[in-house]
Write a protein that binds this ligand. Structure first.
Ligand code: ZN
Ligand code: FE
Length: 265
Protein backbone atom coordinates (compact mmCIF):
# COMPACT_ATOMS: atom_id res chain seq x y z
CA UNK A 1 0.00 0.00 0.00
CA UNK A 2 1.03 3.59 -0.61
CA UNK A 3 1.79 5.70 2.41
CA UNK A 4 0.71 9.34 2.32
CA UNK A 5 2.15 12.20 4.33
CA UNK A 6 2.36 15.93 3.85
CA UNK A 7 5.11 18.45 3.30
CA UNK A 8 4.01 21.93 4.38
CA UNK A 9 4.79 24.73 1.91
CA UNK A 10 4.18 28.47 1.73
CA UNK A 11 1.56 29.72 4.15
CA UNK A 12 -1.07 26.99 3.92
CA UNK A 13 -0.21 24.56 1.09
CA UNK A 14 0.10 20.81 1.53
CA UNK A 15 2.42 19.01 -0.86
CA UNK A 16 1.39 15.34 -0.56
CA UNK A 17 4.18 12.77 -0.46
CA UNK A 18 3.31 9.25 -1.64
CA UNK A 19 5.82 6.55 -0.74
CA UNK A 20 6.28 2.81 -1.12
CA UNK A 21 9.45 1.83 0.69
CA UNK A 22 12.07 4.30 -0.51
CA UNK A 23 10.25 5.15 -3.75
CA UNK A 24 8.35 8.42 -3.81
CA UNK A 25 5.93 10.60 -5.75
CA UNK A 26 4.89 14.13 -4.80
CA UNK A 27 1.68 15.94 -5.65
CA UNK A 28 1.66 19.64 -6.59
CA UNK A 29 5.17 20.65 -5.49
CA UNK A 30 4.80 24.43 -5.57
CA UNK A 31 8.21 24.73 -3.92
CA UNK A 32 11.16 22.35 -4.46
CA UNK A 33 13.14 23.14 -1.29
CA UNK A 34 10.92 21.52 1.36
CA UNK A 35 10.39 18.49 -0.93
CA UNK A 36 14.10 18.07 -1.49
CA UNK A 37 14.72 18.34 2.27
CA UNK A 38 12.16 15.64 3.02
CA UNK A 39 13.49 13.31 0.31
CA UNK A 40 17.01 13.65 1.66
CA UNK A 41 15.93 13.23 5.28
CA UNK A 42 14.11 10.01 4.40
CA UNK A 43 16.63 8.66 1.89
CA UNK A 44 13.81 8.65 -0.68
CA UNK A 45 14.02 8.53 -4.47
CA UNK A 46 11.59 10.75 -6.36
CA UNK A 47 10.10 8.82 -9.30
CA UNK A 48 7.16 10.96 -10.27
CA UNK A 49 5.25 14.19 -9.83
CA UNK A 50 1.47 14.52 -10.08
CA UNK A 51 0.10 17.97 -10.94
CA UNK A 52 -3.56 18.91 -10.49
CA UNK A 53 -3.51 22.31 -12.19
CA UNK A 54 -1.26 25.06 -13.50
CA UNK A 55 -1.19 27.60 -10.64
CA UNK A 56 2.30 28.50 -9.46
CA UNK A 57 1.75 27.30 -5.89
CA UNK A 58 1.16 23.82 -7.37
CA UNK A 59 3.86 23.55 -10.02
CA UNK A 60 6.54 26.10 -9.05
CA UNK A 61 9.01 23.44 -7.84
CA UNK A 62 8.67 21.07 -10.80
CA UNK A 63 11.58 22.32 -12.92
CA UNK A 64 14.07 22.05 -10.07
CA UNK A 65 12.86 18.63 -8.90
CA UNK A 66 12.78 17.25 -12.44
CA UNK A 67 16.34 18.46 -13.10
CA UNK A 68 17.53 16.74 -9.91
CA UNK A 69 15.56 13.46 -10.26
CA UNK A 70 14.52 13.04 -13.91
CA UNK A 71 11.09 12.29 -12.45
CA UNK A 72 8.11 11.65 -14.70
CA UNK A 73 5.72 14.62 -14.61
CA UNK A 74 2.00 13.77 -14.93
CA UNK A 75 -0.22 16.78 -15.53
CA UNK A 76 -3.33 18.10 -17.28
CA UNK A 77 -2.66 17.85 -21.01
CA UNK A 78 -4.60 21.03 -21.73
CA UNK A 79 -2.78 23.30 -19.26
CA UNK A 80 0.67 24.82 -19.45
CA UNK A 81 2.80 22.80 -17.02
CA UNK A 82 6.59 23.09 -16.84
CA UNK A 83 8.32 19.82 -17.75
CA UNK A 84 5.15 17.79 -18.28
CA UNK A 85 6.18 14.40 -19.69
CA UNK A 86 2.83 12.61 -19.33
CA UNK A 87 -0.07 14.82 -20.46
CA UNK A 88 -3.30 13.40 -19.04
CA UNK A 89 -7.01 13.74 -19.49
CA UNK A 90 -9.94 12.54 -17.40
CA UNK A 91 -10.77 8.82 -17.52
CA UNK A 92 -7.21 7.57 -17.97
CA UNK A 93 -5.46 5.41 -15.42
CA UNK A 94 -1.81 5.57 -14.48
CA UNK A 95 0.50 3.48 -12.35
CA UNK A 96 1.80 5.23 -9.21
CA UNK A 97 4.35 3.08 -7.37
CA UNK A 98 2.43 -0.07 -8.31
CA UNK A 99 -0.97 1.40 -7.45
CA UNK A 100 -3.54 1.94 -10.18
CA UNK A 101 -4.71 5.56 -10.04
CA UNK A 102 -7.67 6.91 -12.00
CA UNK A 103 -7.48 10.41 -13.45
CA UNK A 104 -10.66 12.47 -12.96
CA UNK A 105 -11.38 15.67 -14.89
CA UNK A 106 -12.71 18.20 -12.36
CA UNK A 107 -12.91 21.54 -14.19
CA UNK A 108 -13.98 24.66 -12.30
CA UNK A 109 -11.07 26.17 -10.37
CA UNK A 110 -9.16 25.89 -13.66
CA UNK A 111 -10.44 24.39 -16.90
CA UNK A 112 -7.97 21.50 -17.02
CA UNK A 113 -7.99 20.68 -13.31
CA UNK A 114 -7.43 16.97 -12.58
CA UNK A 115 -7.93 14.86 -9.46
CA UNK A 116 -6.22 11.53 -8.81
CA UNK A 117 -8.23 8.67 -7.33
CA UNK A 118 -7.29 5.29 -5.92
CA UNK A 119 -9.74 3.28 -3.79
CA UNK A 120 -9.99 5.10 -0.44
CA UNK A 121 -7.94 8.11 -1.55
CA UNK A 122 -8.61 11.24 -3.60
CA UNK A 123 -5.96 13.88 -4.30
CA UNK A 124 -8.06 16.81 -5.41
CA UNK A 125 -5.84 19.91 -5.54
CA UNK A 126 -7.92 23.07 -5.26
CA UNK A 127 -11.30 21.54 -6.19
CA UNK A 128 -12.75 20.53 -2.82
CA UNK A 129 -11.49 21.97 0.48
CA UNK A 130 -12.54 21.24 4.03
CA UNK A 131 -16.04 22.74 4.25
CA UNK A 132 -15.39 24.65 1.03
CA UNK A 133 -14.33 24.51 -2.60
CA UNK A 134 -11.92 26.27 -4.93
CA UNK A 135 -12.66 29.64 -6.46
CA UNK A 136 -13.92 29.65 -10.04
CA UNK A 137 -10.95 31.25 -11.77
CA UNK A 138 -11.65 29.69 -15.16
CA UNK A 139 -14.68 27.43 -15.07
CA UNK A 140 -18.41 28.01 -14.72
CA UNK A 141 -20.63 27.19 -11.76
CA UNK A 142 -22.14 24.35 -13.83
CA UNK A 143 -18.70 22.83 -14.42
CA UNK A 144 -17.63 23.07 -10.79
CA UNK A 145 -20.96 21.78 -9.57
CA UNK A 146 -20.61 18.74 -11.86
CA UNK A 147 -17.02 18.20 -10.70
CA UNK A 148 -18.15 18.25 -7.07
CA UNK A 149 -20.94 15.79 -7.96
CA UNK A 150 -18.37 13.36 -9.34
CA UNK A 151 -16.40 13.61 -6.08
CA UNK A 152 -19.56 13.22 -3.97
CA UNK A 153 -20.31 10.00 -5.87
CA UNK A 154 -17.17 8.31 -4.53
CA UNK A 155 -17.47 5.97 -1.51
CA UNK A 156 -18.33 7.81 1.73
CA UNK A 157 -15.16 6.67 3.51
CA UNK A 158 -12.85 8.15 0.84
CA UNK A 159 -10.10 10.27 2.38
CA UNK A 160 -9.66 13.53 0.51
CA UNK A 161 -6.23 15.13 0.31
CA UNK A 162 -6.70 18.73 -0.77
CA UNK A 163 -3.89 21.21 -1.32
CA UNK A 164 -4.65 23.90 1.27
CA UNK A 165 -5.45 24.16 4.98
CA UNK A 166 -8.54 26.34 4.68
CA UNK A 167 -11.01 24.33 6.78
CA UNK A 168 -11.32 26.60 9.81
CA UNK A 169 -11.97 29.69 7.69
CA UNK A 170 -14.42 27.79 5.48
CA UNK A 171 -16.34 26.49 8.50
CA UNK A 172 -17.16 30.05 9.56
CA UNK A 173 -18.84 30.58 6.20
CA UNK A 174 -20.55 27.16 6.32
CA UNK A 175 -22.10 28.14 9.67
CA UNK A 176 -23.42 31.37 8.15
CA UNK A 177 -25.16 29.26 5.49
CA UNK A 178 -26.43 26.55 7.84
CA UNK A 179 -26.43 27.83 11.44
CA UNK A 180 -28.64 24.94 12.60
CA UNK A 181 -26.63 22.05 11.13
CA UNK A 182 -25.56 19.98 14.15
CA UNK A 183 -22.91 17.98 12.30
CA UNK A 184 -21.42 21.31 11.26
CA UNK A 185 -21.42 22.65 14.82
CA UNK A 186 -19.64 19.49 15.99
CA UNK A 187 -17.08 19.81 13.23
CA UNK A 188 -16.31 23.42 14.12
CA UNK A 189 -15.34 22.29 17.64
CA UNK A 190 -13.33 19.32 16.33
CA UNK A 191 -11.34 21.37 13.80
CA UNK A 192 -10.69 24.18 16.31
CA UNK A 193 -9.15 21.61 18.68
CA UNK A 194 -7.02 20.08 15.90
CA UNK A 195 -5.73 23.44 14.73
CA UNK A 196 -5.07 24.67 18.28
CA UNK A 197 -2.89 21.56 18.71
CA UNK A 198 -1.04 22.39 15.48
CA UNK A 199 -2.54 19.40 13.64
CA UNK A 200 -3.88 19.38 10.08
CA UNK A 201 -7.61 19.10 9.38
CA UNK A 202 -6.74 17.20 6.18
CA UNK A 203 -7.28 14.51 4.97
CA UNK A 204 -10.99 15.14 4.87
CA UNK A 205 -13.54 12.33 5.05
CA UNK A 206 -16.07 12.45 2.22
CA UNK A 207 -19.01 11.52 4.49
CA UNK A 208 -18.19 14.46 6.77
CA UNK A 209 -17.92 16.83 3.81
CA UNK A 210 -21.31 15.67 2.56
CA UNK A 211 -22.76 16.43 6.00
CA UNK A 212 -21.12 19.84 6.50
CA UNK A 213 -19.74 21.35 3.27
CA UNK A 214 -22.32 23.78 1.82
CA UNK A 215 -20.95 23.31 -1.69
CA UNK A 216 -21.85 19.59 -1.53
CA UNK A 217 -25.25 20.41 -0.02
CA UNK A 218 -26.81 22.65 -2.68
CA UNK A 219 -29.78 20.25 -2.84
CA UNK A 220 -30.53 20.53 0.92
CA UNK A 221 -33.52 22.71 1.85
CA UNK A 222 -31.59 24.88 4.33
CA UNK A 223 -28.82 25.59 1.79
CA UNK A 224 -31.34 26.29 -0.99
CA UNK A 225 -33.16 28.82 1.20
CA UNK A 226 -29.93 30.51 2.34
CA UNK A 227 -28.65 30.68 -1.24
CA UNK A 228 -31.90 32.17 -2.56
CA UNK A 229 -32.03 34.70 0.26
CA UNK A 230 -28.49 35.81 -0.40
CA UNK A 231 -29.11 36.09 -4.16
CA UNK A 232 -32.26 38.14 -3.46
CA UNK A 233 -30.42 40.50 -1.12
CA UNK A 234 -27.75 41.01 -3.80
CA UNK A 235 -30.45 41.79 -6.33
CA UNK A 236 -31.94 44.41 -4.04
CA UNK A 237 -28.53 45.99 -3.68
CA UNK A 238 -27.68 45.82 -7.38
CA UNK A 239 -30.93 45.90 -9.30
CA UNK A 240 -29.07 45.44 -12.57
CA UNK A 241 -26.94 42.43 -11.52
CA UNK A 242 -26.96 40.08 -14.45
CA UNK A 243 -27.51 36.37 -14.57
CA UNK A 244 -28.88 35.99 -11.05
CA UNK A 245 -32.33 34.48 -10.92
CA UNK A 246 -33.54 34.27 -7.37
CA UNK A 247 -36.39 31.96 -8.34
CA UNK A 248 -34.01 29.34 -9.73
CA UNK A 249 -33.72 26.49 -7.20
CA UNK A 250 -31.57 24.23 -9.38
CA UNK A 251 -28.44 22.83 -7.81
CA UNK A 252 -26.21 24.83 -10.18
CA UNK A 253 -28.01 28.11 -9.41
CA UNK A 254 -27.77 27.49 -5.67
CA UNK A 255 -24.11 26.56 -6.06
CA UNK A 256 -23.48 29.79 -7.99
CA UNK A 257 -25.25 31.84 -5.31
CA UNK A 258 -23.33 30.22 -2.43
CA UNK A 259 -20.01 30.48 -4.29
CA UNK A 260 -20.43 34.20 -5.01
CA UNK A 261 -21.55 34.78 -1.41
CA UNK A 262 -18.36 33.05 -0.22
CA UNK A 263 -16.25 35.32 -2.44
CA UNK A 264 -17.31 38.37 -0.45
CA UNK A 265 -17.78 36.76 2.97
ZN1 ZN B 1 -5.06 26.91 -7.51
FE1 FE C 1 -3.59 26.52 -4.67
Amino acid sequence: MLEISFIPAFKDNYIWLLTRGKRAFVVDPGDAAPVQARLEAGGLMLEGILITHHHADHQGGVAELKARWQAEVYAPGNESITGCSRPLSGGESIDVLGQKVTVMAVPGHTLGHLAYYAPGVLLCGDTLFGAGCGRLFEGTPAQMSASLDSIAALPDDTLIYCAHEYTEMNLRFALAVEPNNQALQARVAKVAALRAAGLPSVPLILAEEKATNPFLRCHEAAVVEAGLQHAASCLLGHAAQQGTDFEDRSKTAIFAAIRSWRNTF
